[in-house]
Design a protein around this ligand. Structure first.
Ligand code: SAM
Ligand code: SF4
Length: 331
């Protein structure tokens, strides 16, 4: 199998595809409540364009794809596209990140296509707080999705963003979800990708504080071995069926083993979550680029990749603080 490396010798085998910037929730850490300007449908990469691109990238060494967004399932026919992806020779894993609001009806097909795992975003287990955070009353639907995923035997991870003054009281109940369910509950440091101008320089609830908080309640919290290129630091607790993870997304401790690239809904390649885009693959495809030209452009982008998220952020062309919505990046 071909291997793809960046200029720092890191193997690259994973792409995250944000398939839409649209979403039916309004999580305040991700999107403003109003005034969102979605991109025009024609500006989105089409399914055919995404499939062609993945076929090119597989030949270069990409083996794993994550479908994210916005909310993937608000884009019509997404499940058909995912089925086609799983059939591409050389793709070993297709994963999904979803908010679980319109996912339920697709679970049988996700199982049948052999989805590798589903990351379900859920920041609390309290219906009222769910409403405050997401600005939508869909907690019960998301919980139904959660149980249906487990019943279907699909590997499920919960992503919870930890927000000072918002859901700190939910950390322990969320940890307890892993007691009786075989689920990985992962706490993510909040990042400034909120589509607004609420910037901060100091993160109160960083991964160390989150871990200390959990350890105070569960002294048996013990580190387990992480998979290579894992962004989460993973732990077990005595007599728990599932595991606990923390993702230092703002502290950026994992950049040294980063194996991933990202494509935004409009085809902008990001070689780091914190850069502001390296080139637009949609534009070169629509200008008639051959597969070989697409390959060469990717190789060139990976040949000058920032060493970590701090360098990538410092090189942003706008010089403005990070503020775009995560719905345009995919997390
Ligand atoms: N809509 C889907 C969902 O919520 O799962 C997929 C897209 S969402 C942008 C992907 C992930 O990014 C979610 O797990 C979400 O919690 C996370 N996310 C969004 N904004 C974030 C922020 N400001 N800081 C940290 N994580 C964030
Ligand atoms: Fe939508 Fe996901 Fe962003 Fe929440 S985190 S607003 S569900 S894209």
């Amino acid at each position: 199998m071909t291997k793809l490396y960046d200029n720092h010798g890191r193997p690259i085998n994973y792409i995250r595809l944000a398939v839409t910037d649209r979403c039916n929730l309004r999580c305040f850490y991700c999107m403003p409540e109003e005034g969102i300007k979605y991109v025009a449908k024609e500006a989105l990469l089409s399914f055919e364009e995404m499939e062609r691109l993945i076929r090119v990238l597989v030949k270069m060494g990409i083996e794993k794809v994550r479908i994210t967004g916005g909310e993937p399932f608000v884009r019509r026919d997404m499940i058909n596209f995912m089925e086609r992806l799983t059939q591409i020779e050389g793709i070993q894993k297709v994963n999904l990140t979803t908010n679980g609001t319109v996912t339920l009806q697709h679970i049988d097909r996700l199982k049948a296509m052999g989805i590798n795992s589903v990351n379900l975003s859920l920041d609390c287990l309290d219906k009222d707080r769910f409403f405050q955070i997401t600005r939508r009353d869909m907690f019960d639907t998301v919980m139904k999705t959660f149980h249906a995923l487990l019943t279907a035997g699909i590997t499920t991870k919960i992503n919870a963003v930890v927000m000072d003054g918002q859901n700190i009281q939910d950390i322990i109940p969320m940890v307890e979800l892993a007691k009786n369910h075989a689920v990985d509950v992962r706490f993510i440091e909040e990042m400034p990708f909120n589509g607004g101008d609420a910037h901060y320089t100091n993160l109160k609830w960083n991964y160390k504080k989150i871990l200390n908080h959990i350890q105070e309640k569960f002294p048996s919290l013990t580190k387990v071995e992480d998979e290579p290129s894992s962004t989460s630091l993973n732990y077990k607790i005595d007599n728990f069926k599932g595991t606990i993870g923390v993702i230092p997304a703002y502290s950026r401790t994992f950049c040294g083993t980063c194996n991933r690239i990202r494509l935004t809904p409009t085809g902008l390649l990001k070689t780091c979550l914190y850069d502001d885009g390296v080139f637009n693959v949609r534009d070169i495809m629509r200008a008639g680029a051959s597969d070989e030209q697409i390959k060469a452009t990717f190789l060139s982008a990976l040949g000058s990749r920032a060493k970590d998220g701090f360098e990538a952020e410092s090189k942003r062309s706008s010089q403005l603080p990070v503020s775009e919505s995560m719905a345009t990046i995919g997390g």
